[in-house]
Design a protein around this ligand. Structure first.
Ligand code: ATP
Ligand code: MG
Length: 459
């Protein structure tokens, strides 16, 4: 136990010592004890106490009433915050989200019994190192097993978030789910309660799942238990959707492998999860190749991902980035592309998105389940060439042109209107083909030429 206590900060020991001086008890509980037992350093420390919130407020000079109705206050020790929660028993849940009333108790075991999984239901006394582990959470951790506290069916029927937490922990802790717990997650009563969970909380669990070494464990758990079909039936279309002869996996299996191969960044991994979501709806058999084709799947996928991400309440910025990544994930680069072709690609995807596209592209090829060194080298080459062109300051948007809209209007004697924007777009195309033309006099001459051709072609 000595090594467990070594990681407990002095602040926490101080806090619990002070509670003891006042005739009360304090334990560290929940995720931080679980993480200590796994040899990890917890990011935050939760303290449970038999002192009532008003008592805690009296015992410490700086206390913030964070959730006093639920028995939680934040105690500041040298400006550092610690959540201190009065021991609670289990009230009834009628809304599937929170207990009807908070019932304070004096018994740490009763408090542990209301917690979700055995490894989250362990208390540690930070002064003497005594561990209270009534449901053998430590044994389950050692066995690599996630198990509900108590009757899993009841526990999932009373709080809809727990099934999703189970899926998340299965990935972040890389543990198997106990059979009875897994069956209960798949039950109608668990699903009914899960449907009441707000989209924001589902999103938060998804995002936390994305920090796992292999997020596919969470998403496969959600799929197998029927939870994914409730949140996102569109993804279920990929299950069993076989691809062409170049792919070892069905679309779902490939999305999972791609997800695991992507760097642990939520936006990148969400785009990996959704990059081929349009494939099932674009799948067609080609007699010519004697195989399936997925023409336009990236456009269809982007159109599908957009409302899904709105539904899940991702921010506009995150949604737009993920949708753009899905839209442009197919990188058809080959070494025979001219510099102008690389510039046109950069312009189309936008230079800001390109670094994420290389990462998604690499995850995509790594997720194919076959040797892909040549395809990775291909992306490396595109990245190298595109990065150099961007660093050279090459014009990739009309803002980078040597003339602006007002120059065009003044020199050509035209009024503001859409024609100005169209002219600038045409000039940009010329400059992308040949950057040496990005020079004021040349562009004005080109603009005059384009305008006179356009007028000449009018009936
Ligand atoms: P992490 O902080 O890494 O997400 P955690 O287990 O600490 O994991 P928190 O949301 O911080 O999760 O919750 C702290 C503790 O509260 C949990 O360990 C668990 O004991 C309990 N808990 C949290 N959510 C629930 C729930 N929905 N049902 C029952 N107990 C819960
Ligand atoms: Mg926590």
């Amino acid at each position: 136990m000595r090594s467990l206590l070594e990681k407990v900060p002095e602040d926490v020991a101080f806090l619990v010592r002070r509670l003891r001086e006042k005739g009360k008890r304090g334990w560290i509980v929940g995720g931080c004890v679980r993480d200590l037992l796994r040899g990890k350093t917890p990011k935050d420390w939760d303290v449970a106490t038999d002192a009532r919130p008003n008592e805690v407020k009296r015992f410490f000079p700086r206390v913030i009433e964070t959730g006093i109705a639920h028995g939680t206050v934040t105690v500041l020790v040298d400006h550092r915050p610690y959540e201190v929660t009065t021991l609670r028993g289990e009230g009834a849940y009628s809304d599937g989200r929170r207990p009807d009333k908070v019932e304070f108790v004096d018994d740490i075991v009763a408090d542990l019994a209301r917690r979700d999984f055995t490894f989250n239901a362990i208390a540690l006394d930070p002064i003497d190192g005594h561990v209270i582990d009534p449901f053998d959470g430590k044994g389950d951790l050692d066995r690599g097993l996630l198990r509900a506290v108590g009757d899993p069916r009841e526990r999932f029927a009373e709080d809809g978030l727990r099934v999703l937490r189970a899926a998340r922990f299965s990935a972040t802790l890389d543990v198997a789910i106990d059979e009875a717990t897994l069956q209960a997650m798949s039950s109608d009563s668990a699903h009914d309660t899960f449907k009441k969970v707000s989209a924001e909380r589902v999103r938060d669990e998804w995002v936390k799942s994305m920090t796992a070494g292999k997020p596919s464990i969470a998403f496969d758990t959600m799929r197998k238990t029927g939870l994914l079909g409730i949140t996102c039936p569109e993804l279920i279309e990929s299950v069993g959707c076989t691809q062409n002869r170049y792919h070892s996996f069905d679309v779902w299996g490939h999305a999972m492998a791609c997800l695991d191969a992507a760097e642990p960044d939520a936006v990148l991994r969400m785009s990996a999860l959704f990059h081929d979501v349009g494939k099932p709806r674009s799948r067609a058999f080609s007699d010519k190749t004697n195989d399936f084709t997925f023409y336009d799947h990236e456009r269809i996928g982007a159109e599908m991902a957009d409302p899904i991400l709105q539904r899940l309440r991702f921010s506009n910025e995150e949604r737009q980035t993920i949708v753009a990544l899905v839209r442009h994930h197919l990188i058809c680069y080959s070494a025979d592309w001219t510099d102008a072709a690389v510039r046109r690609w950069l312009r189309r995807v936008s230079p800001g998105l390109a670094p994420l596209l290389y990462k998604l592209g690499r995850a995509d090829v790594r997720g194919k389940g076959r040797p892909v060194d040549d395809e990775l080298a291909n992306i490396d080459e595109l990245e190298e060439r595109a990065t150099k062109l961007v660093a050279d300051g090459t014009a990739l948007s009309t803002r980078d042109l040597a003339i602006k809209g007002h120059d065009v209007m003044k020199e050509l004697g035209i009024k503001p209107g859409p024609v100005v924007g169209r002219l600038l777009d045409r000039l940009l195309e010329l400059v992308i083909d040949d950057p040496s033309r990005n020079e004021r006099d040349t562009l004005i001459a080109e603009a005059k030429q384009i305008l006179s051709e356009a007028e000449g072609s009018k009936p």
